[in-house]
Ligand binder design. Sequence first.
Ligand code: FEO
Length: 395
Amino acid sequence: MSAIKIAENVHWVGVKDPDLRLFDIVVETKHGTTYNAYLIKGKNSAALIDTVKAGFTDEYLANLREIMPIEEIEYLIVNHTESDHSGAIVPLLEINPKLKLVCSAPALPFVQNTVNNPEVDITGIKNDHEIDLGGKKLIFKMMPYMHWPDTMMEYLEEDKILFPCDGFAGHYSFESIWADECNHDIDWEVEYYYKSIMRTYAMYIRKNMPKLDDLDIKIIAPSHGPLFRKNPERHLNSYREWSADKTVGKNQVCLFYTTSYGNTKRLADSLSSHLTAAGYEVVMLDCANLDEDYAKDMIEQSKALLYGTPTFNGDAVKPVWDAIMLLQGLSIMGKKAAVFGSYGWGGEGIKLVAERLTGLRLKVFEENYRARLVPSGEEMTGLKVWSERIAEFIA
Ligand code: FEO
């Protein structure tokens, strides 16, 4: 694949990886992906935005040489340091040791650890930093945790192009680089990418998105998949919508449970009744029969997550652990949580679930509630008292 012009003196110089079927171990890529990089030539200088995954270096270097000698490129902009975009930094430096690396201030140690050479010129910049290449001015926007802590984006003022790192990206490889020349449902791919990779950072995305509000964006040129030149605002709006705080206007609690002989279910039903009486909208989900997409939506909409688990063989049961795994892809930091359940011998599963939720940085109620085997009248009264404390804790 050769370099492709996307504007005057602005070229796509990335590579395509159409055979990739699994990205970052966990994300399915049925149609492969691309590692996009861009070369911008001004009157006085030239800047390269990102490199590619190791293994594609030769093709990438060949694309660059189609446009200009690599030795004459002044800047390498590192939008974040994940390996699929930083794999050719060292080979580039071997060709052009004077290359000036530009990254966000938080990326500085990561880039240093990537090049492992104190002689390399690396600058960590701040929001609204500018580099004028001569008729090509780049304005930098720091976008922490969208999706790495070091993520930044650039806006090329003259051509109105946004280079948003992994933002608005989709894993899709085809003959063209333009979304409007593709017959596939690219919108689906962009949403799938968001749900697979970005969703867990929703809290940060909604904080960062306003930094793009004043930019007149005509082209979005992400780091994976097709570029958008028709109605790019649509993709910005999708990110605004997807990352919005879904708990606003709701007083919802998500109550996960599972049960073998009905005892934990009895506790769950009673807890639900008490919380409903306290003014909460309770969504009950049986972990053994979960619609994962629906469960993720409910988690995002809820201010608190409650987990009821039996204990078998000194542990919580697999359906409960599977339900907890859903949290990994979601923005949950700071949500409140509590754990309860029925048990026979030691009740260790309840404690283990509470510890795991704490590890995921939820605010877990200090006291779990346990009832042995068939909950007695006294235990159900104790659950009512505990429920009242939970209602206050969540408020
Ligand atoms: Fe495409 Fe975050 O790397």
